[in-house]
Ligand binder design. Structure first.
Ligand code: MG
Length: 386
């Protein structure tokens, strides 16, 4: 029996995680949950799983929730302290880190320091402070289990093989909803169109990032830290069918791929149950009725976010944290319709250009760069807002 804490239980990954936990009651016990503001869904999850502790965004929400649930069964905490508390309580074995954005960093590090296994969906924490997370995981003897479908694919393909056998990691990308949209039309796309992903059903932020290919850029950085492979050896192939979830090309020329339907429960379940596999009764991948398998190089002119992510890794140190923070602010502004879709890479590039690079040796270095980039991005958006 693995005892779980799910950080971000009301988001897309969190909901799917609890679906797995509810399906395999003999394998998993849900001990702790955290949510932001979706108290209604959290209350339903509390009724179903009876966790010992939960945490919500702030004190007012914690008070509101306490009035509605049985205090004898579930204790309620809030804020960053609440997140840290539930990521580190002694009876937990595995922490599912499924918060969105930079908010995932501190609880993830806390869980690693408390020697919890980590199922990591929060790619932004690796982008911000990959060096520190990997070092802490090594020191504490923790394996980070990837939840992202591409990284789960690579993890399954590598299966512990030494990295000097790896020639390239080939990350696949669906290309998002604007794969074939002409350059001149990109300016006018709406957040509703950007949220409509062709093959995967995901949360809002990752959907926008997928439409701009920033998500793939963040995943290149994530793959670098998870698998210790140089960024130059990680390439992106656009693969509109989303059947191949990623590949590893070995030094002997063999390319090994992992395939499957686009259902996040597969990578989530593997991260939860690793090293064993559990029977998920999902519809099979129908190989006879696939629309072919095509692979294309990414168009970095129409999708400059991908190039910016690579560039941030060439510079390294605090630059990826700046890329990530600027992107988070820009994506929010795009969803609020204060900037255009094509402004997202412009804003990120400008903030990266303005950033004075600093060495990344402590968590504070990453957090300071993140804070600086947020303020700089907001100021820049004020100047250009439509
Ligand atoms: Mg992914």
């Amino acid at each position: 029996m693995k005892r779980l804490a799910v950080l971000g239980s009301t988001g897309s990954i969190g909901v799917n995680t609890l679906d797995i936990a509810g399906t395999f009651k003999n394998e998993f016990e849900v001990v702790a949950l955290s949510a932001g503001t979706n108290i209604q869904l959290l209350r339903e999850q509390i009724e179903r799983f009876e966790p010992k502790v939960v945490s919500v965004m702030n004190e007012a929400l914690a008070k509101a929730l306490k009035r509605e649930i049985s205090p004898r069964k579930t204790e309620v905490f809030f804020g960053v302290e609440g997140l840290i508390l539930i990521a580190t309580i002694p009876e937990i074995d595995l922490v599912v880190s499924a918060l969105v954005g930079a908010a995932g960093l501190i609880p993830t590090i806390s869980a690693i320091k408390a020697r919890k296994s980590i199922a990591l969906a929060n790619k932004e924490s690796l982008v911000m402070a990959g060096k520190i997370i990997v070092e802490e995981a090594r020191k504490n003897g923790i394996t980070i289990l990837p939840v992202d479908s591409e990284h789960s694919a690579i993890f399954q393909v590598l299966a512990g093989r030494p990295k000097d056998e790896v020639k390239r990691i080939i990350l696949t990308a669906s290309g998002g909803p604007f794969l074939n949209l002409p350059h001149e039309k990109m300016e006018e796309v709406t957040s509703k169109e950007a949220l409509h992903h062709p093959t995967w059903n995901m949360g809002r932020k990752v959907s926008i990032d997928s439409a701009s290919l920033m998500n793939k850029g963040l995943e290149v950085i994530e793959a670098h830290w998870l698998f210790g492979v140089a960024t130059e050896q990680i390439v992106v192939h656009i693969h509109p069918q989303s059947v191949v979830h990623s590949m590893v090309e070995y030094v002997d020329g063999s390319i090994v791929a992992q395939m499957g339907i686009t259902d996040m429960r597969i990578p989530i379940c593997y991260a939860l149950s690793y090293p064993k596999r559990l029977p998920l009764y999902l519809p099979p991948l129908d190989l006879f009725h696939m629309d072919g398998l095509t692979f294309l190089p990414p168009d970095m002119d129409r999708f400059p976010c991908l190039r910016l992510a690579y560039r941030s890794m060439v510079v390294g140190e605090t630059m990826p944290a700046v890329l990530n923070a600027a992107n988070e602010v820009a994506v929010n502004s795009f969803m609020e319709e204060t900037i255009k879709f094509t402004d997202i890479p412009k804003v990120v590039e400008k903030v990266m250009e303005d950033h004075e690079i600093k060495p990344l040796t402590t968590l504070d270095d990453a957090l300071r760069a993140d804070q600086w980039a947020r303020e700089r991005t907001k100021k820049f958006i004020e100047e250009i807002r439509v």
